[in-house]
Design a protein around this ligand. Structure first.
Ligand SMILES: [Zn+2]
Ligand SMILES: [Zn+2]
Length: 302
Protein backbone atom coordinates (compact mmCIF):
# COMPACT_ATOMS: atom_id res chain seq x y z
CA UNK A 1 0.00 0.00 0.00
CA UNK A 2 1.19 3.52 -0.83
CA UNK A 3 -0.82 6.03 1.21
CA UNK A 4 -0.66 9.18 3.27
CA UNK A 5 -2.32 9.68 6.66
CA UNK A 6 -3.03 13.18 7.93
CA UNK A 7 -2.01 13.88 11.54
CA UNK A 8 -2.41 17.67 11.42
CA UNK A 9 -4.18 19.95 8.95
CA UNK A 10 -4.00 23.36 10.62
CA UNK A 11 -1.65 26.28 10.12
CA UNK A 12 0.17 28.23 12.81
CA UNK A 13 -2.01 27.96 15.92
CA UNK A 14 -3.23 24.56 17.19
CA UNK A 15 -6.89 24.30 18.19
CA UNK A 16 -8.55 21.55 20.24
CA UNK A 17 -9.89 20.05 16.99
CA UNK A 18 -7.02 20.68 14.58
CA UNK A 19 -3.27 20.21 14.89
CA UNK A 20 -0.42 21.84 12.98
CA UNK A 21 1.02 20.09 9.95
CA UNK A 22 2.19 16.49 10.05
CA UNK A 23 1.61 13.59 7.66
CA UNK A 24 2.70 9.96 7.60
CA UNK A 25 3.55 8.33 4.31
CA UNK A 26 3.21 4.54 4.25
CA UNK A 27 4.75 2.32 1.64
CA UNK A 28 4.42 -1.37 2.42
CA UNK A 29 6.15 -1.67 5.77
CA UNK A 30 8.04 1.64 5.59
CA UNK A 31 6.87 4.81 7.28
CA UNK A 32 8.08 8.35 6.62
CA UNK A 33 7.00 11.45 8.47
CA UNK A 34 6.46 14.69 6.58
CA UNK A 35 6.64 17.68 8.92
CA UNK A 36 6.17 17.32 12.63
CA UNK A 37 4.08 20.10 14.17
CA UNK A 38 3.30 20.33 17.86
CA UNK A 39 1.33 17.31 19.10
CA UNK A 40 2.52 14.95 16.38
CA UNK A 41 3.49 12.18 18.77
CA UNK A 42 0.11 12.15 20.49
CA UNK A 43 -1.55 12.14 17.06
CA UNK A 44 0.62 9.14 16.09
CA UNK A 45 -0.61 7.35 19.22
CA UNK A 46 -4.23 8.38 18.63
CA UNK A 47 -4.25 6.99 15.09
CA UNK A 48 -2.20 3.92 16.03
CA UNK A 49 0.75 4.66 13.77
CA UNK A 50 3.80 2.67 14.89
CA UNK A 51 6.36 5.41 15.50
CA UNK A 52 9.14 2.83 15.78
CA UNK A 53 8.64 2.12 12.06
CA UNK A 54 9.46 5.70 11.03
CA UNK A 55 12.81 5.64 9.26
CA UNK A 56 12.89 9.10 7.65
CA UNK A 57 11.53 12.49 8.71
CA UNK A 58 11.26 15.39 6.26
CA UNK A 59 10.94 18.91 7.70
CA UNK A 60 9.91 21.47 5.08
CA UNK A 61 10.93 24.66 6.91
CA UNK A 62 11.54 26.18 10.31
CA UNK A 63 8.19 27.78 11.04
CA UNK A 64 7.16 26.18 14.32
CA UNK A 65 3.91 24.70 12.99
CA UNK A 66 6.07 22.30 10.95
CA UNK A 67 8.62 21.13 13.53
CA UNK A 68 7.74 22.03 17.15
CA UNK A 69 6.83 18.37 17.76
CA UNK A 70 10.15 16.99 16.57
CA UNK A 71 12.29 17.07 19.71
CA UNK A 72 9.48 15.48 21.73
CA UNK A 73 9.10 12.67 19.22
CA UNK A 74 12.85 12.04 19.05
CA UNK A 75 13.09 12.02 22.84
CA UNK A 76 10.23 9.53 23.17
CA UNK A 77 11.73 7.25 20.53
CA UNK A 78 14.88 7.05 22.62
CA UNK A 79 12.98 6.51 25.89
CA UNK A 80 11.06 3.68 24.22
CA UNK A 81 14.34 1.94 23.40
CA UNK A 82 14.73 2.65 19.71
CA UNK A 83 18.09 1.50 18.36
CA UNK A 84 17.52 1.80 14.59
CA UNK A 85 19.03 4.95 13.05
CA UNK A 86 16.70 7.83 12.17
CA UNK A 87 17.40 10.23 9.32
CA UNK A 88 16.02 13.78 9.43
CA UNK A 89 16.04 16.02 6.36
CA UNK A 90 15.57 19.74 6.98
CA UNK A 91 17.02 23.23 6.66
CA UNK A 92 20.54 23.49 8.19
CA UNK A 93 19.36 25.48 11.26
CA UNK A 94 17.30 22.49 12.40
CA UNK A 95 20.42 20.61 13.42
CA UNK A 96 21.55 23.54 15.61
CA UNK A 97 18.16 23.58 17.31
CA UNK A 98 18.05 19.82 17.97
CA UNK A 99 21.64 19.72 19.14
CA UNK A 100 21.01 22.60 21.56
CA UNK A 101 17.88 20.97 22.97
CA UNK A 102 19.64 17.64 23.48
CA UNK A 103 22.77 19.22 24.94
CA UNK A 104 20.97 21.33 27.54
CA UNK A 105 18.93 18.33 28.64
CA UNK A 106 22.12 16.23 28.85
CA UNK A 107 20.31 13.69 26.67
CA UNK A 108 22.24 10.95 24.94
CA UNK A 109 20.03 9.24 22.40
CA UNK A 110 20.14 5.44 22.27
CA UNK A 111 19.99 5.52 18.48
CA UNK A 112 21.96 7.28 15.79
CA UNK A 113 20.31 10.53 14.68
CA UNK A 114 21.45 11.36 11.16
CA UNK A 115 20.85 14.80 9.70
CA UNK A 116 20.77 15.73 6.02
CA UNK A 117 20.68 19.51 5.45
CA UNK A 118 18.45 20.86 2.68
CA UNK A 119 19.77 23.81 0.69
CA UNK A 120 18.75 25.28 -2.68
CA UNK A 121 21.41 23.00 -4.20
CA UNK A 122 19.56 19.95 -2.79
CA UNK A 123 16.78 20.43 -5.37
CA UNK A 124 16.41 17.14 -7.19
CA UNK A 125 16.69 13.54 -6.01
CA UNK A 126 17.47 13.23 -2.28
CA UNK A 127 17.73 9.46 -2.25
CA UNK A 128 16.53 6.31 -3.91
CA UNK A 129 16.03 2.86 -2.56
CA UNK A 130 14.80 -0.30 -4.23
CA UNK A 131 11.31 0.99 -5.02
CA UNK A 132 11.10 4.61 -3.96
CA UNK A 133 12.66 7.84 -5.10
CA UNK A 134 12.39 10.96 -2.94
CA UNK A 135 13.06 14.44 -4.38
CA UNK A 136 12.87 17.91 -2.93
CA UNK A 137 12.25 21.32 -4.45
CA UNK A 138 12.22 24.87 -3.08
CA UNK A 139 8.82 26.53 -2.65
CA UNK A 140 8.33 30.30 -2.30
CA UNK A 141 7.76 31.20 1.33
CA UNK A 142 8.92 33.82 3.84
CA UNK A 143 11.89 31.68 4.87
CA UNK A 144 13.61 28.85 2.94
CA UNK A 145 11.05 26.08 2.46
CA UNK A 146 11.07 22.77 0.58
CA UNK A 147 8.42 20.53 -0.90
CA UNK A 148 8.93 16.81 -1.37
CA UNK A 149 7.97 14.34 -4.10
CA UNK A 150 7.74 10.60 -3.45
CA UNK A 151 7.64 8.23 -6.43
CA UNK A 152 7.17 4.50 -6.16
CA UNK A 153 8.32 2.39 -9.04
CA UNK A 154 6.42 -0.83 -9.71
CA UNK A 155 8.99 -3.35 -10.91
CA UNK A 156 7.01 -6.57 -10.80
CA UNK A 157 5.32 -7.71 -14.01
CA UNK A 158 1.68 -8.69 -13.68
CA UNK A 159 0.71 -12.34 -14.20
CA UNK A 160 -2.15 -13.12 -16.64
CA UNK A 161 -3.87 -16.08 -14.91
CA UNK A 162 -5.59 -17.46 -18.06
CA UNK A 163 -2.27 -17.52 -19.89
CA UNK A 164 -0.29 -19.19 -17.10
CA UNK A 165 -3.05 -21.84 -16.95
CA UNK A 166 -2.97 -22.30 -20.73
CA UNK A 167 0.81 -22.83 -20.69
CA UNK A 168 0.58 -24.96 -17.51
CA UNK A 169 3.11 -22.91 -15.56
CA UNK A 170 3.25 -23.97 -11.89
CA UNK A 171 2.43 -21.27 -9.35
CA UNK A 172 5.82 -21.86 -7.68
CA UNK A 173 7.36 -20.15 -10.75
CA UNK A 174 5.13 -17.05 -10.62
CA UNK A 175 7.63 -14.95 -8.65
CA UNK A 176 10.20 -15.57 -11.41
CA UNK A 177 7.64 -14.55 -14.03
CA UNK A 178 7.01 -11.34 -12.07
CA UNK A 179 10.76 -10.66 -12.26
CA UNK A 180 10.64 -11.03 -16.07
CA UNK A 181 12.05 -14.55 -16.54
CA UNK A 182 10.95 -16.88 -19.33
CA UNK A 183 9.61 -20.34 -18.43
CA UNK A 184 11.24 -23.48 -19.85
CA UNK A 185 8.89 -26.44 -20.09
CA UNK A 186 9.95 -30.04 -19.50
CA UNK A 187 10.14 -30.68 -23.27
CA UNK A 188 12.60 -27.77 -23.59
CA UNK A 189 10.24 -25.33 -25.30
CA UNK A 190 10.33 -21.78 -24.04
CA UNK A 191 7.32 -19.77 -22.87
CA UNK A 192 8.27 -16.14 -23.39
CA UNK A 193 7.66 -13.94 -20.38
CA UNK A 194 5.56 -11.41 -22.29
CA UNK A 195 3.14 -14.16 -23.43
CA UNK A 196 2.02 -14.66 -19.84
CA UNK A 197 2.60 -11.32 -18.12
CA UNK A 198 1.78 -7.65 -18.54
CA UNK A 199 4.16 -4.74 -17.85
CA UNK A 200 4.32 -3.48 -14.23
CA UNK A 201 1.74 -0.99 -13.04
CA UNK A 202 2.84 2.60 -13.67
CA UNK A 203 4.78 4.48 -10.99
CA UNK A 204 2.76 6.32 -8.34
CA UNK A 205 3.68 9.79 -7.17
CA UNK A 206 2.81 11.93 -4.15
CA UNK A 207 3.86 15.56 -4.11
CA UNK A 208 3.82 17.54 -0.88
CA UNK A 209 4.03 21.21 -1.68
CA UNK A 210 4.58 22.55 1.90
CA UNK A 211 3.92 26.27 2.57
CA UNK A 212 4.05 28.53 -0.46
CA UNK A 213 2.73 31.62 -2.07
CA UNK A 214 0.96 30.94 -5.41
CA UNK A 215 3.81 30.28 -7.80
CA UNK A 216 3.43 28.89 -11.32
CA UNK A 217 7.17 28.20 -11.42
CA UNK A 218 6.48 25.22 -9.16
CA UNK A 219 4.51 23.45 -11.90
CA UNK A 220 7.46 21.43 -13.31
CA UNK A 221 8.02 19.94 -9.84
CA UNK A 222 4.36 19.15 -9.34
CA UNK A 223 3.75 17.31 -12.60
CA UNK A 224 2.47 13.75 -12.84
CA UNK A 225 1.22 13.63 -9.26
CA UNK A 226 -1.38 10.97 -8.55
CA UNK A 227 -2.02 12.96 -5.40
CA UNK A 228 -0.81 16.53 -4.90
CA UNK A 229 -0.96 18.21 -1.51
CA UNK A 230 -1.11 22.00 -1.57
CA UNK A 231 -1.74 24.39 1.27
CA UNK A 232 -4.92 26.46 1.31
CA UNK A 233 -4.39 28.65 4.35
CA UNK A 234 -7.17 31.00 3.29
CA UNK A 235 -10.39 31.12 1.33
CA UNK A 236 -10.10 33.08 -1.89
CA UNK A 237 -11.47 36.38 -0.62
CA UNK A 238 -8.23 36.75 1.38
CA UNK A 239 -5.91 36.60 -1.64
CA UNK A 240 -4.09 39.73 -0.58
CA UNK A 241 -3.50 38.50 2.95
CA UNK A 242 -2.31 35.16 1.54
CA UNK A 243 0.19 36.92 -0.71
CA UNK A 244 1.41 39.21 2.10
CA UNK A 245 2.13 36.15 4.27
CA UNK A 246 3.48 33.94 1.47
CA UNK A 247 0.53 31.56 1.62
CA UNK A 248 -2.08 30.41 -0.91
CA UNK A 249 -5.84 30.32 -1.26
CA UNK A 250 -8.26 27.62 -2.40
CA UNK A 251 -8.64 28.83 -5.98
CA UNK A 252 -4.88 29.26 -6.32
CA UNK A 253 -4.15 25.68 -5.16
CA UNK A 254 -6.85 24.31 -7.47
CA UNK A 255 -5.51 26.34 -10.40
CA UNK A 256 -2.00 25.01 -9.85
CA UNK A 257 -3.28 21.42 -9.60
CA UNK A 258 -4.94 21.87 -13.00
CA UNK A 259 -1.80 23.38 -14.55
CA UNK A 260 0.34 20.54 -13.16
CA UNK A 261 -2.03 17.86 -14.48
CA UNK A 262 -2.46 16.35 -11.01
CA UNK A 263 -4.99 13.53 -10.81
CA UNK A 264 -6.19 14.47 -7.30
CA UNK A 265 -5.64 17.48 -5.04
CA UNK A 266 -5.45 17.30 -1.25
CA UNK A 267 -5.81 20.63 0.58
CA UNK A 268 -4.80 21.55 4.13
CA UNK A 269 -2.89 23.98 6.38
CA UNK A 270 -6.15 25.77 7.17
CA UNK A 271 -5.96 28.98 9.17
CA UNK A 272 -7.32 28.47 12.68
CA UNK A 273 -9.68 31.40 12.15
CA UNK A 274 -11.93 29.04 10.16
CA UNK A 275 -14.12 26.60 12.06
CA UNK A 276 -15.85 25.15 8.96
CA UNK A 277 -13.80 23.39 6.28
CA UNK A 278 -16.57 22.72 3.73
CA UNK A 279 -16.18 26.21 2.14
CA UNK A 280 -12.58 25.26 1.21
CA UNK A 281 -13.89 22.33 -0.79
CA UNK A 282 -16.73 24.37 -2.27
CA UNK A 283 -14.25 26.91 -3.65
CA UNK A 284 -11.79 24.36 -5.08
CA UNK A 285 -14.17 21.93 -6.80
CA UNK A 286 -15.41 24.28 -9.57
CA UNK A 287 -11.75 24.87 -10.53
CA UNK A 288 -10.40 21.37 -9.87
CA UNK A 289 -13.13 18.73 -9.35
CA UNK A 290 -10.91 16.02 -7.84
CA UNK A 291 -10.20 17.95 -4.64
CA UNK A 292 -10.32 16.42 -1.17
CA UNK A 293 -9.95 17.96 2.29
CA UNK A 294 -6.99 16.75 4.36
CA UNK A 295 -8.83 15.48 7.44
CA UNK A 296 -7.02 14.40 10.58
CA UNK A 297 -6.91 10.64 10.97
CA UNK A 298 -7.92 10.04 7.34
CA UNK A 299 -5.75 7.96 5.02
CA UNK A 300 -5.56 8.70 1.30
CA UNK A 301 -4.42 5.93 -1.05
CA UNK A 302 -2.00 7.30 -3.65
ZN1 LIG B 1 2.92 26.58 8.13
ZN1 LIG C 1 5.43 28.55 7.02
Amino acid sequence: MFAVTILGNNSAIPTPERHPTAQVLTYNDQLMLIDCGEGTQTQLAKYKVRRGKIRYIFISHLHGDHYFGLIGLINSMSLLGRIEPLTVFGPPGLWDILELQLRHAATTLRFELQFQPLTPESAGVLFQDKDMEVSCFPTRHRIPCYGFAFSVQRRKRRIIPEQTRAYEIPSAFFSHLADGEDYIRKDGTIVKNDWVTLPPNPARRYVYCADSIYDEELVPWLQDADLMYHETTYLDDLRQRAADRYHSTTVQAATLAGMAGARRLLIGHFSSKYTELQPFLDECIPVFPNTELALEGATYII
